[in-house]
Write a protein that binds this ligand. Sequence first.
Ligand code: UD1
Length: 416
Amino acid sequence: MDKIIVKGPARLSGEVEISPAKNAYLPILAAILLTDKKVTLTNLPKLRDINTMLKLLEMMGVECNRDGKNVTFDASSLSSHEATYELVKTMRASIFVLGPLLSRLGKAKVSLPGGCAIGTRPIDIHLDNLEKMNVKIEMKNGFVFAETDHLTGALVKLKFPSVGATENLMMAGVFADGQTIIENAAMEPEIDDLANFLNSLGAKVSGIGTSRLVIDGVKELNGGTYQAIGDRIEAATYIIGGLMTKSEMTVKNFNPKHLFNVLENLQGMGAKLEIGDNYVKTYPSSLKGSKVITEPFPGFPTDVQAQMVALLTVVEGNSLVTENIFENRFMHVPELTRLGASIEQLGSSVFIEGGRPLTAAPVMCTDLRASAALVLAALCAYGETKIDRVYHLQRGYEDLPEKLQKLGAHVELVNE
Ligand code: UD1
């Protein structure tokens, strides 16, 4: 099984290029199902989740022609409306195919994703609002069976701005009769990217970047070529890594505006950052503790919480971090404690006593972002840290060992 070995402490330098965002490409890949014309997506990151989505599309009869990291899709031969348990259980984002399948074929059979390590993660917001768009939904034998004679536009108000539900409903609205209005929509940049992609094919989505999305149904979509935005979560991970190791390094190929809240928080802690149009440069800084609360965009992203906790263990002073999005997203805490961090969990918050020196220990990844937090802590820890179960990391961080090696860290991927 793959493991990562990190020899710390590290000092990083140079530049790291951020990959296109996994969380933007996953719904965009599902949206491929909407058109029978050819679409090319460029620079698709080599990630497990992206591969899973490609497998799902191929199982449904979509032709995927790979030319390096560019893939041309032809969904004109879409033949299956089923997303199997085997694939959905490995990646919850498979639920994104629900909206597009209903649009294109009028029916979908998608395995229920179930819970995952970070929380129960229900899909009621997706399903309740699809029902308002003239979809009949039945749950049987662990599957969602959804059917419609035609999708109709509707005014839907989300009880919580769910990222996935906003994306699914947006895709369902593309061919719906009339207008679909999504109120209390999530506003994450990846949602804007999906809307921009759909519009590039001829869809009519407006209100992009706001919590009220309007989708005017169209009759057909064209083909096209598209590249997703840079991965703001990957970027945040490297920026935090630069600050934890007191390094001068540049993180480039993403839009820092997508990380406004994180950067503001870091600067409030004393981080010296140079913020450009498509890069952030870190400088060695003396940091103090902070108070962090995760919230839907534009608030502090839950996907950066674990990395921030890792940072707060090594800065001077105390910190409080509250997780408001997922109910069980502190699995990195016991692992960081093994490295010498002082963290106490109180319900949905953790209290961190900063400034403790970290020392190497064997640790285990529990989920994607928790894994990133462990790598960051290992970069600061004295000695050789062995990180197990890195398949979690490989779901969402392209070439992480190589990127860190290029920055000068002693990081190695081993199979043992
Ligand atoms: C997406 C991201 C994930 C990120 C999360 C929150 C992708 C592929 N994944 O996940 O990395 O952590 O946004 O920013 O883009 N909920 C319900 N009912 C629903 C849907 C969601 O109760 O029908 C709850 C969830 O259990 C969770 C919260 O809402 O507690 C946020 O979930 P949601 O915004 O839907 O996240 P995802 O789309 O699953």
